[in-house]
Design a protein around this ligand. Sequence first.
Ligand code: AHR
Length: 494
Amino acid sequence: KHASMIVSKDFKIGDVGDRMFGSFVEHMGSVVYNGIYEPGHKTADENGFRRDVMDLVKELQLSVVRYPGGNFTSGYNWEDGIGPKERRPRIVDPAWRQIETNQFGLNEFMQWTRMIGAEAIMTVNLGTRGIEAAKDILEYCNFEGGTKWSELRKAHGVKDPYKIKTWCLGNELDGEWQIARKTASQYGQLALETAKVMKWVDPDVELVAVGSSARHMSTFPEWDRTVLEYTYEHADLLSLHHYIGKRDNDTPTYLAMPIEMEKQIEEVIASCDYVKGVKRSDKVMNLSFDEWNVWREPDVEYVPWQTGSPYDWVRFRMEDALVFGSAALTLLRRADRIKIACQSLLVNTIPMILTEQGGNAWRNPTFYPFLHVSLYGRGAVLRAIVDSPKYDTKSYTDVPLLDPAVVYNEETGDLTVFAVNRGDEAIALKLDLRDFEGCKFAEHIVMKHDRLDAVNTSDNPYEIKPAQAEAAIVDGGRAEAVVAPYSWNVIRFR
Ligand code: AHR
């Protein structure tokens, strides 16, 4: 099979913001307890943070981490997680039917986030709580001093305010599964009033309004329109979420499913721009894709009313990593409007990193596409003109076999072509790099496996891992590379 691609500096989509390389830590299952935090573990530091997990997280160079949920947030009292640990309450968390010990809370998260070199995105509870609790946590985190909550922060050993910039105004409040679900008008009104107060307290904050939690919601995209009509002037971004799960054991369809994500992005942008028109506004509403991932049935049964019980603990397969890679490229291609993206979740729940309680930590195969995009996807995303063979599935027609994204880093001069081959045959790819005449081949990273159901395990953690492919042939602004069947590719030039 053959494909071609024209890459030109003239076809720039937009700059990829640093915050596209984010993840998500929720008090859910073993993300926190027995994940990033396990005081009894042999690698734990004096804070109880697992060093082995932290080393893996650091490799990913995350820019932002969203916290503390998720569905968890809609029933959470943030005050339970601050102050002396021995005085923190054990509570029932109805969202995930777990016991929350509160041994890890806001200050532990902020410390851990700093240690991994990322910034926090904080979500306030607009389920069971509202304006006052949102104001209080903001005051605790960002206010200089001299007030009840800022002084309490200092009493807890944190002298300087955290100055957290980005705050989510709740989570998935359109969902029936959410604690204290709301109608779009109820939520829009609450989000508006909360946003006003938060910006009065700290005008530097950036606020994310809750968009539809999925494209298949019956209220999509009406929810988004209504919420934006309330919040357009006060919110800075609108959220969207997407999880891609295999259906009917149909791999060709599964590999094509990121197309749905692309449609969702277009439809949410259309909703934002519609409200922009209604409001006769000059403001462009950008998107925060603050939960995205692939999903499959968990490997471990969840036992409720535990702390740190593995929820959706899953060893992703090679095919999941391909779909995940396509999803990451879908986000890159819309970096003109998506300003924040958070893979969901980082550790143990549909994760990039798996752990065993008291044992090993290792990389799920989805770790690698994220790593590559984080390392080489920063710069300007270019619109590639692609001619690819296509295929049909039970659900989609004319699906391009080659799914690419191209990023040019003007500072370093690096040009990176990312591509997923969705098919079972190799593709000979011809690249017309017309504006990059003098460029040289740097490397072609490929990740593939003979079996699409291969996994990485604690005993065999490198069953799926990237390798170097054959060098691409480069000749005066033209290049040729071979893209292996069912593979994830990073072809780098400089
Ligand atoms: O799997 C994570 C959960 O998925 C989040 O808590 C929620 O926002 C979403 O439904």
